[in-house]
Design a protein around this ligand. Structure first.
Ligand code: FES
Length: 320
């Protein structure tokens, strides 16, 4: 994917829905409908900052049935390298942005007999669109939504009005925890579980389900890592024959793109595998932050996912 395939959109609505989350509505600048998508899809939003371009993935939370607008929720990240701050502080109604076509890496399984959805905080966003797909269908489902406190419960009115007793709320401030073991132990055969939220929650759901004998094909999760900051390092791109400096607050992928070299991507969050790049030489160690490579592949240090991973090294040569 590259920016030639993006769609120009205008921000037509912004609402602060919790102290940390803003809800944005986007419409095609050219008018008409935006591309078709299914629940669980994300888009990449391309933001032209003062000194660099940010490209961040956000789940679509609007109904897949209505394509005149796309809706996303953006949480202000404390450790942001700029993207979430740009959306919160710079984008206003009337702002123009570029977005990539939707991609679904977190779709509902079509042959599931039941769906159990587990959300933590901003992790509610992909489920809002999935619920539009599930609502009125014949497959039973339930949603378990955990938040810090009531003021952090984004989109709760929308959920309460529509989901009724299928919605189960848990407030950390009141000591309420999702009973993962009991929840997963009592589901009928053929149930699929989906989790989106903090890494600790995702890992806990995956390990609990696996320990309970759930097949891997019935466990679905989504977590786009924001590219972490780190030490600066240099990389040499062997096929392009250029050296690229990667500053502490810019990802390897962003630095390569800024140098004019295109790398394929879909998620920019360490999940999809599209940016997989061969490491030709390394004098030091790689800092793998992705969820794509196996532990064995990470240990081999022969490949890297430049959207989120970095290096501590004197010399890194990539096959680009
Ligand atoms: S773009 Fe998806 S893993 Fe890097």
């Amino acid at each position: 994917m590259n920016d030639a395939q993006t769609i120009a959109v205008e921000v037509i609505g912004i609402e602060q829905v919790t102290p940390l989350i803003k809800h944005f509505k986007l419409a095609a600048l050219a008018g008409g409908n935006l591309p078709v998508f299914s629940g669980g899809s994300h888009i990449i939003v391309v933001m032209q900052g003062a000194d660099r371009v940010h490209r961040n993935p956000y789940s679509l939370l609007s109904s897949p049935r209505y394509l005149d607008t796309y809706e996303i929720g953006v949480r202000r990240m404390e450790e942001s390298r700029g993207g979430s701050h740009f959306m919160h502080d710079t984008v206003h109604i009337g702002s123009r942005l570029e977005i990539a076509h939707p991609v679904n890496l977190f779709g509902l399984d079509k042959i599931a007999r039941k769906h159990v959805l587990i959300a933590g905080g901003i992790g509610i966003t992909p489920f809002l669109a999935q619920l539009e797909d599930l609502h009125g269908g014949g497959v039973p489902y339930e949603l378990h939504y955990s938040v810090r406190s009531s003021e952090h419960a984004a989109f709760l009115e929308r959920l309460r009005g529509r989901e009724g007793e299928r919605l189960h709320m848990y407030y950390d401030s009141e000591g309420q925890l999702i009973p993962f073991e009991a929840l997963l132990a009592t589901q009928p055969l053929g149930t699929h579980v989906y989790v989106c939220g903090p890494a600790g929650m995702i890992n806990h759901v995956i390990t609990t389900a696996q320990a309970g004998g759930w097949p891997d094909s019935h466990i679905h999760w989504e977590q786009f890592s924001a590219p972490p900051v780190g030490d600066a390092f240099e990389v040499f791109l062997a096929r392009s024959k250029i050296s690229v400096h990667v500053p502490p607050d810019q990802s390897l992928l962003e630095s390569i793109e800024a140098a004019g070299v295109e790398v394929p991507y879909l998620c920019r969050g360490g999940v999809c595998g599209f940016c997989h790049t061969q490491v030709l030489e390394l004098d030091g160690e790689l800092v793998h932050n992705d969820h794509f490579l196996s532990e064995a592949d990470k240990a081999k240090a022969k490949s890297i996912m430049p959207c989120v991973s970095r290096a501590h090294c004197k010399r890194l040569v990539l096959d680009l």
